[in-house]
Design a protein around this ligand. Structure first.
Ligand SMILES: CC(C)(COP(=O)(O)OP(=O)(O)OC[C@H]1O[C@@H](n2cnc3c(N)ncnc32)[C@H](O)[C@@H]1OP(=O)(O)O)[C@@H](O)C(=O)NCCC(=O)NCCS
Length: 277
């Protein structure tokens, strides 16, 4: 079976222009929050409004969440900024993830909400830094970040895993993504999803998830299986075999239960049961 998983970036000028608008929008939203709730200024000024760039604000909010007695906010901020400078696609991914959350999560209409509060968004951005460290042979620090993210956010993504952009990890508690997993662009997953090994394979042993796939809450995808573009995996399923594109699978073990009505179910977060009406 052909197993394409696209994690490349859309570099079109139209998208760049759209992304450039997000930083002023974030500043406006946060200013409105402070006007409504002045008590939040102690949190919102140092994390957003004291900064002149999106990179500065992102590094501040991530450092504020992850710091601990053995890793200071200052060191974490410097590390984030160093990675953004060396690899600007980390920031592009963060902006695309923000759009993904606000477009697909019906409970979230403001980009400031995932930026400030959603551990699915924040944990993913810290994975992106650990992944950059891993690729640059700084594995001890990558593992340290992975471990802290797991403690703080209950999200355990191996730094060597490959994750595309425009990703929504909703609710996010108990997400596990293994070392050789690949997650394509525009994938949405709910809480308690595992992309893990079966325990019977070594080497390349984790799932490959193509673009636009929706993975329901509690689903376990195990082994080096391929989930094709735009497929849907039902909540609580255990997927042990390849899933063809635009197919819906569900159950334990998961079996095909239908074809997706939507071209990219992750994109519109269509959790619905098809009625045929
Ligand atoms: C799988 C899902 C996406 C629906 O997809 P769909 O293509 O519309 O599938 P259908 O609803 O037509 O279901 C087809 C069959 O699979 C069954 N099915 C659907 N979801 C299932 C699941 N998670 N586990 C077991 N069976 C399931 C249906 O009962 C139906 O069975 P039937 O044909 O015997 O009546 C949806 O059920 C789901 O699990 N969404 C995840 C939502 C989620 O994680 N929510 C958490 C929010 S916090």
């Amino acid at each position: 079976m052909n197993r394409p998983v696209d994690i490349s970036y859309d570099t079109s000028p139209k998208l760049s222009a759209q992304l450039a608008q997000l930083w002023p929008l974030l500043q406006r939203e946060v200013q409105e929050e402070i006007t409504r709730e002045p008590i939040l200024s102690e949190f919102l000024m140092p994390t957003v409004l004291d900064h002149s760039t999106f990179n500065g604000a992102l590094s501040a909010v991530l450092a504020q969440k992850l710091s601990c007695p053995t890793l200071s906010q200052l060191s974490l901020r410097k590390l984030c900024l160093e990675s953004y400078e060396a690899d600007p696609t980390i920031v592009t991914s963060a902006l695309l993830d923000l759009i993904a959350v606000t477009e697909r999560d019906p409970a979230c209409k403001r980009i400031s909400v995932p930026f400030l509060y959603y551990k699915g968004f924040q944990g993913l951005q810290l994975y992106r830094i650990a992944n950059w460290l891993w690729k640059n042979n700084r594995r001890a620090l990558a593992r340290y970040i992975q471990s802290r993210v797991s403690e703080v956010f209950a999200i355990d993504i191996h730094p060597a895993a490959k994750v595309g952009n425009g990703i929504l990890i909703d609710h996010a508690t108990s997400i596990v993504i293994g070392e050789t997993a690949v997650v394509g662009n525009n994938v949405s997953m709910l809480h308690e999803v595992t992309l893990g090994g079966t325990g019977k394979e070594t080497g390349d042993r984790h799932p490959k998830i193509a673009g636009g796939v929706l993975i329901g809450a509690g689903a376990k995808v195990l082994g080096n299986v391929y989930v094709g573009e735009g497929a849907k995996i039902g909540a609580g399923s255990v997927v042990l075999n390849d899933v063809t594109a635009h197919c819906t699978v569900a159950g334990v073990p998961a079996i095909p239960v239908g074809q997706c009505g939507s071209v990219l179910p992750a994109h519109d977060m269509d959790h619905s049961l098809e009625t045929g009406e």
